[in-house]
Write a protein that binds this ligand. Structure first.
Ligand code: AMP
Length: 175
């Protein structure tokens, strides 16, 4: 399946100079969406994985069906203030300022093997913050999985330098 052709590029969104890789065009294509989940299922079936963590919000759209197909639990990581129970958070640097992501206290048990899923890897800042949260809870990150990698931005390198394996279904050149 040619996933690149199913992902639409919107120039200058959300601001000038950004090439936004829009996965909603893949999501609305039944065979394309199915093939994307199936490719992830093929990669992770049979691996030692305790739970799948999805990153708000587009990560949920791939993490949840993958967890369902593998009969694994799904755990959301959300932006600050969205989760109703007690949370553990991690602040991380953005290009301008900082952001905070949170996970429910007790969502991951020490020693569990965790697969992190998001739609797209750019700088790797979000995925690295998610991995830090998982590790704070005693979880071991098996891999970080994405639909799209933008290798020229360097996120894969950054995550691999931290000892976090990376997998992506497709890549786009440039930023
Ligand atoms: P980063 O933390 O820089 O790796 O950014 C990853 C997060 O930002 C993902 O959750 C993506 O949904 C979003 N993102 C960053 N850059 C883009 C882009 N060019 N197109 C679409 N989404 C993006």
């Amino acid at each position: 399946m040619d996933f690149n052709s199913l992902i639409r590029t919107i120039p200058d969104y959300p601001k000038a100079g950004i090439q936004f890789r829009d996965i909603t065009t893949l999501l609305k294509d039944g065979p394309g969406f199915h093939a994307a989940i199936e490719a992830l299922v093929q990669r992770y079936r049979g691996q030692t994985i305790s739970k799948i963590v999805g990153i708000e919000s587009r990560g949920f759209m791939f993490a949840a069906p993958l967890a369902y197909a593998l009969k694994l639990g799904f755990v959301p990581i959300r932006k600050k203030g969205k989760l109703p129970g007690n949370t553990i958070g991690h602040d991380y640097e953005l290009e301008y300022g900082t952001d905070r992501i949170e996970i429910h206290h007790g969502a991951i048990e020490a020693g569990e093997h965790i697969l992190i899923v998001d739609d797209l890897l750019a700088t790797g800042g979000t995925a690295q913050a998610a991995a830090t949260l998982v590790q704070k809870m005693g979880g071991k990150v098996v891999e970080c999985a994405f639909l799209v990698d933008l290798p020229d931005i360097g996120g894969r390198q950054r995550l691999e330098n931290e000892g976090l394996p990376v997998f992506a279904l497709c890549e786009f050149e440039g930023d």
